[in-house]
Design a protein around this ligand. Structure first.
Ligand code: AMP
Ligand code: ZN
Ligand code: FE
Ligand code: FE
Length: 281
């Protein structure tokens, strides 16, 4: 079986492995297709040598991104695959979003300090240079390092959840905007982890807005959800994708790359869309 993992975060956003480490590790655990899908940045992809994008390699890297969007107060994540990582309008919007994430992070650190936590910008950003898109998991990791919590869930439950005392929202695109941005960069917009939305009306609205794929296989989906999403995807002629949403955070599944994979046969139509045309090495 050839295996794929099309949803992976790196140190460019809130993952723990660098893009190069992800590619090396993918090879060691016999993954054949991976996609780096960092939140709001393509910097991880830009940092890799162009040869990794060749469809003829043992591990093929598919360029991707995960954009947070807001649909009437509901957070909806959209994945963009096969995007042109040099597309100007995309890069310029990502730049805005990541700048705002920095301001938001400063605000959340101020809130923590006001609550009596000993934490500084330097601690949160100690991987500075590689982190482009700051998110709550960076804060969680720093608080665990400082001994305040033992695992990621405890931090989120106690202070970082949406109704918690530290949470600040960050600006999100509307789903339609994100879809246009992805399509404008020659990418395929895919609805991420629909199980976290759990609302048919919302899913239908997103399908009407122009998504072209559904992330059917994801660690948060039950067997019956997978069957439902598969049927829904087929009914609406959507591409089927899947991935582990690997972050490498303590206490969050999957612990290691390769612990959750998708059989190539289940997502063959999606993989056939790989016409990136990157030069072969
Ligand atoms: P942000 O974009 O900064 O609001 O952070 C969202 C990120 O936090 C997402 O990548 C989620 O994977 C992660 N996240 C959200 N809730 C939790 C949770 N309860 N436990 C662990 N990670 C979480
Ligand atoms: Zn994340
Ligand atoms: Fe997500
Ligand atoms: Fe994700």
């Amino acid at each position: 079986m050839r295996a794929a993992d099309l949803h992976i975060h790196t140190t460019a956003s809130d993952g723990s492995l660098t893009p190069a480490e992800v590619v090396n590790q993918a090879s060691l655990v016999n993954l054949n297709y991976i996609s780096l899908t960092d939140h709001d940045t393509v910097n991880g992809l830009v940092s890799l040598p162009p040869a990794v994008y060749s469809a003829k390699r043992k591990v093929t890297v598919i360029p991707g991104i995960e954009l947070s969007t807001d649909l009437n107060g509901r957070e909806v994540h959209l994945l963009g695959y096969y995007i042109d990582i040099n597309n100007r309008p995309l890069l310029s919007k990502l730049n805005e979003l990541t700048q705002e994430r920095i301001e938001r992070m400063n605000g959340m650190i101020k809130r923590l300090v006001a609550l009596g936590y000993n934490i500084s910008w330097e601690q949160v950003a100690r991987k500075a240079g590689s982190v482009i898109a700051f998110g709550r998991p960076h804060l969680a990791r720093a608080l665990i390092d400082n001994g305040y919590f033992s695992n990621i869930n405890a931090v989120f439950e106690t202070i970082l959840a949406k109704d918690g005392p530290v949470y600040l929202p960050h600006r999100k695109l509307r789903p339609e905007q994100a879809i246009l941005l992805i399509k404008g960069a020659n990418g395929l917009p895919v609805l991420a982890h629909p199980g976290l939305i759990g609302n048919r009306k919302v899913m239908n609205r997103l399908i009407d807005s122009g998504i072209e794929g559904l992330e059917v296989y994801h660690p948060c989906h039950t067997k019956s959800e997978i069957a439902d999403f598969l049927a829904m995807g087929r009914r609406h002629n959507l591409l089927i994708t899947g991935g582990s949403d690997f972050h490498g955070l303590p206490g969050r599944f999957p612990a290691a790359l390769g612990d959750f994979t998708v059989d190539e046969k289940l997502i063959g139509e999606f993989l056939n869309k790989n016409t990136m045309g990157f030069p072969d090495p």
